[in-house]
Write a protein of this length. Structure first.
Length: 350
């Protein structure tokens, strides 16, 4: 079988390519260029080429920068400009990364695409379903909820059944140069050294919208230089001294006001409304709409009930209130290890 493997330069994708090669597949490595080649990005592309040469496989670089800016970065800035907090990886995977891999696979007449994501695929009678990665501490299924049925049906996740420690062991056994390389965190989204929202503001030459910071009673606490720098639940890096532990409770984009609370429990929400939903096979084949819900990548899944709304959105009612549920973020639904669907948080319920 011919497989196109996304090679980021990291250890997971490198081991994924090596595993497929060992299994007898004809493997081609592909590095997707998402950003201007900063030192870090150039190093990653160079590492991917080095690993491909060591494995004896062809390697291509694909320029995705235009698509990345239009389909990921610009929508992310639009979310920040509305006082929301986007999830760039959840946007990028279906729109850019897997779309580009699938297009390259077609050009090369390859059968499948593969990545180093920690996730697994289960073949069901209704089609492929996404499962959590075996290493729950490294599970990345949350970021893959938006994959189309075609993208998922064509994908392989070779390291999904492995722990991260085992991935590194394999890399050392193969003498891969990145076996002990530290993991990069969101390298695509902070190339210039600034925080992601400020990077976007500068990139698109948008004005910073300064405003006031107030408590829930309306008392003025200070001034901020731009509400795009804040997110619900944030406590550090606020740029003001409140005199006691406080968190961002809400962001009013219309008035450019950031609202703070010193009561941790004021961040609790009983539920949420989600839109732009993507469902796996037989997505409502579960009793009473009962699921586990994840509202952040490292959020402990919370038991909840889903209720379909008339406009195709979904209302999520948590069994127990959850903290810092954030509009703009992805909400993903699970039955045990199986991902059954997901969407985007539109608003929280008191």
């Amino acid at each position: 079988m011919d497989v196109v493997v996304a090679m980021s330069g990291g250890v997971d994708s490198s081991v994924a390519a090596a595993m497929l090669l060992k299994a007898g597949h004809r493997v081609t490595g592909v590095t997707l260029l998402m950003e201007v080649c900063s030192a870090e990005h150039c190093d990653e592309a160079s590492m991917a080429r080095q690993v491909a040469n060591l494995l004896g496989i062809d390697h291509h670089e694909i320029d995705c920068r235009r698509e990345f800016e239009k389909l990921v970065l610009l929508p992310c800035w639009s979310e920040y400009d509305r006082g929301r907090t986007p999830n760039p990886c959840g946007i990028c995977n279906p729109r850019v990364k897997f779309a580009a891999l699938l297009e390259q696979a077609r050009k090369l007449s390859a059968d499948r695409i593969a990545t180093g994501h920690h996730a697994r695929i289960e073949i069901t009678g209704a089609g492929p379903a996404l499962l959590r990665g075996r290493d729950t501490g490294k599970d990345q299924s949350y970021f893959l909820f938006g994959l189309s049925a075609e993208q998922l049906a064509t994908s392989l996740f070779p390291v999904g059944d492995l722990t991260k420690s085992r991935v590194r062991e394999i890399a050392r056994e193969l003498n891969l140069p990145n076996a002990n390389q530290e993991e990069s965190q969101d390298a695509c989204f902070a190339a210039g050294g600034e925080e992601f929202p400020e990077e976007l503001r500068n990139r698109f030459d948008q004005p910073s919208r300064p405003g006031q910071v107030r408590d829930e009673q309306g008392q003025l606490l200070g001034q901020h230089s731009g509400f795009h720098r804040f997110t619900i639940g944030q406590r550090r890096g606020l740029g003001i001294s409140v005199g006691k532990r406080s968190w961002v409770k809400a962001i009013d984009a219309e008035t450019a006001t950031v609202i703070m609370t010193s009561d941790w429990d004021r961040l609790l929400s009983s539920g949420l409304l989600a839109s732009n939903l993507v469902w796996g096979p037989r997505f409502f084949d579960f009793p009473g709409g009962r699921v586990e819900v994840q509202v952040r990548s490292r959020h402990e899944p919370a038991p909840a009930t889903l209720v379909r709304e008339k406009d195709t959105s979904v209302r999520v009612q948590f069994d127990e209130p959850q903290r810092a549920v954030t509009p703009g973020q992805a909400v993903v639904f699970y039955l045990g290890e199986r991902l059954i669907g997901g969407g985007w948080i539109e608003e929280t319920l008191a």
